[in-house]
Design a protein around this ligand. Structure first.
Ligand code: 5GP
Length: 216
């Protein structure tokens, strides 16, 4: 049975994955500089049938970011209106800005039989865990604070003070690791991507078994 390799027949079988058309919900969190963005980017290359859930945010668009691809950028008042209307599956304030995942975004992905991947912080992940018991939570752990700081500085999107704020937040967030279903060490990118891919394929198999036994 071929499990690995881009676009294997197995992936396609699971893309319309025999789950009554409903895809799974994967939450991926890390600390800043944990390398999560790179892991997710590479994961998209080696696993079909998954789609990133696009979040809403009140933070400013960074150079190169696109509306509707990277985020839905909106004002604080519009964001608060969405909270009041109960449109978010989860939302949180992260580094002074609001971020949230809409119920509609996740539903539109899973209704197509695709698995939704939510790249969200620990506060949001804990809300999803409560509201969607079927969600699978994966935590990406950086190899150490030195490497984490190096990644943040290399990224160049934060100044020195902001890097320090993010490192402090990371120490708090790492305490949530045990709340996740899986923990993946990101010391070596390929290995980390491989591990996340294995988790997702395994979860698809597990869900398929569950569904079959329920039908019997
Ligand atoms: P950035 O501003 O660097 O794109 O993201 C900052 C942090 O916000 C990251 O840890 C990211 O995972 C988190 N984040 C992005 N979207 C969401 C969301 O919809 N909900 C929550 N809770 N966190 C999010």
């Amino acid at each position: 049975m071929v499990i690995f390799g881009k676009g294997s027949s197995l992936d396609h079988r699971f893309a319309d994955n025999g789950l009554s058309g409903m895809g799974l919900v994967f939450v991926i969190s890390s600390v800043s500089g944990g390398g999560k963005t790179t892991v997710i980017r590479d994961l998209m290359e080696v696993l079909t049938g998954i789609r990133m859930s696009v979040s809403h945010t009140t933070r400013k668009r960074r150079p190169g970011e696109l509306e509707g691809r990277d985020y839905y950028f909106l004002s604080e008042s519009s964001f608060k209106r969405m909270i009041d209307e109960g449109l978010f599956l989860e939302w949180a304030e992260v580094y002074g800005h609001y971020y949230g995942t809409s119920v509609a975004e996740v539903d539109s992905i899973t209704a197509k039989g695709l698995d939704a991947v939510l790249d969200i912080d620990v506060q949001g992940a804990m809300q999803v865990k409560k509201r969607r018991e079927d969600a699978i939570l994966i935590f990406i752990v950086p190899p150490g604070e030195e490497e984490q700081a190096r990644r943040l500085t290399k990224r160049g999107t934060e100044n020195e003070g902001e890097v320090e704020i993010r490192l402090k937040a990371a120490r708090r967030e790492l305490a949530f690791e045990n709340e996740y279903h899986y923990s993946v060490l990101n010391a070596e990118l390929r290995q980390a991507v491989g591990a996340v891919r294995c988790i997702m394929v395994a979860e698809r198999c597990r869900r398929k078994m569950k569904k079959e036994s329920e039908e019997e």
